[in-house]
Ligand binder design. Sequence first.
Ligand SMILES: Cc1cc2nc3c(=O)[nH]c(=O)nc-3n(C[C@H](O)[C@H](O)[C@H](O)COP(=O)(O)O)c2cc1C
Length: 383
Amino acid sequence: MANLNVNYCGVNYRNPLVLASATPGWDGEGMRLAAQAGIGGVIPKTIGPKQDWAAHPCNGRIFMHRYHGKPIGQINLELFTTMTRDQWLTKELAVAKEGGATMHISILAMPDPEDTAKLVEEIQSTGMADLLELNVSCPMPASTVGMHIGKSAERTFQQVKAGKSAAKIPFTVKLTPNVADMVEIAQAAKEAGADGLTISNSIRSFAGVDIDTGKPYLCGYGGYTGPAIKPVIMRHLSEVARNVDIPISAVGGVNSYREVIEYIMLGATTVQLCTAVMWNGYECITKIIKDLDQWMDEKGYQSFDQIRGIALKDITTVEELAKLPAKHAAVDSSKCTNCGLCQKVCMYRAISEKDGARVVDAAKCDGCGVCQQLCPLGAVALH
Ligand SMILES: Cc1cc2nc3c(=O)[nH]c(=O)nc-3n(C[C@H](O)[C@H](O)[C@H](O)COP(=O)(O)O)c2cc1C
């Protein structure tokens, strides 16, 4: 059994997997079930005031985005918790705590930073929270909260400063991916005193149109989550990890132990998940942790510290990569069944048929790698 413990912002987690702030933690029991499945940390749906904008549509608010019939992501129209603050303070947090996972509590950055500070005091006075996560990143609200704060470095700074001044426990911030440059926002959060960053919330998006009726699938802009968003999150995560020295919790598209490892190799300390639990139930947590344990043992790693950020040093600019020697595709005729796909997808017309197999004209091949990536038999390599 490998040592899966991690220390995030000075707080111990029995493993790096954390239930993200969302539907699976809509109440204390959901968080307790995740903890029972073995998760390292739990985060409730964002706790804020009970106001109109905390209500969400109860007439279908989630749309599965499919590719060839298989869900690759989902768009949701959910805002924050619909429970009162009292319910969380008097009951739900205590139920969640029974599970034994680290309690990382999500709170809403209120329109007035002074109210954010009051919310921090109220939540930490329960003694249930090990850390706090400030939500400046929900992509749905029409104005004043969520990403309307998080897209501005200045407003993020003010909110973090106010929250941090009231916090007696580690204070982290969940950022929005709906910005051109997350590094600038992350820097502002750090300067305001944030102990850690969650990267990140969902991507503002639109579900699409039913072409038989001409009606949108969801008649509002929502948050895109699930496997398809991982490349976007990895970009933000690695850019921040390379430029801002602060502990990071990564979240977006985790479906198996592999994504957890990838995020850690890009600098994360804890890794959160939501959509995978919504699609597979809490038991997927147990499998991910078991697989993580097995992978660590197989690789002979003693701790995640040994792999954290190891992929960052190899990331450079496209301009630098263009200076490296060119490679060309080559077809292994012993594996090739001559299906012709590589030739069809070669936009450089470098592949042709010869003696019952496909061959590459190296002088025409531009080394893009598409044929290699698409060959179903792994018969194409780049040399
Ligand atoms: C239905 C739903 C509700 C969500 N609610 C919240 C929320 O209340 N607060 C928050 O910070 N993030 C919320 N999120 C975003 C998730 O915490 C997470 O950042 C996002 O789902 C990406 O992770 P995933 O790809 O593993 O789902 C929600 C996501 C979904 C799908």
